[in-house]
Design a protein around this ligand. Structure first.
Ligand SMILES: [Zn+2]
Length: 131
């Protein structure tokens, strides 16, 4: 599973203390704020380091538009850089990892069964959670 290290670099959301700007984290928070009915954010990580994300309801329905998050390095306050690969093909054929971002600490997440159920509805029966 070569996707995992890639996911960690894209997600980069455990470093709250450092106040490091993470476009992925930021975009997830934004979706959750705009769509109160979204309980998580479904994402697909692409082989260029970008991610495609969209909100997910408790019933496993996607919500809102699919958003593209550039994996190129960003500085706070600057515009997100454009990924040329994604600009050419949109990225949907280059997915290396997919999963769901759940906000808050793990103790506040939905139960694992529900998480898997939502994931399978969105991504298909092959959906698994990383250990
Ligand atoms: Zn890209």
């Amino acid at each position: 599973m070569h996707g995992i290290c890639c996911v960690e670099s894209v997600l980069n959301m455990t470093d709250d203390k450092k106040k490091q700007y993470s476009p992925f984290n930021d975009a997830c928070q934004n979706i959750l704020m705009r769509h109160p009915e979204a309980i998580g954010v479904a994402y697909k990580v692409l082989n260029c380091g970008c991610a495609l994300i969209c909100g997910a309801t408790a019933g496993g329905d996607p919500i809102g538009k699919l958003r593209h998050i550039s994996g190129q390095p960003v500085k706070s306050g600057r515009r997100a850089p454009i990924c040329l690969k994604c600009r050419l093909d949109g990225g949907l054929d280059r997915v290396v990892w997919e999963g769901i971002y759940w906000p808050g600490p793990q103790s506040e997440w939905p139960e694992k069964n529900l998480r898997i159920k939502i994931g399978r509805k969105i991504f298909g029966l092959g959906y698994m959670e990383p250990d």
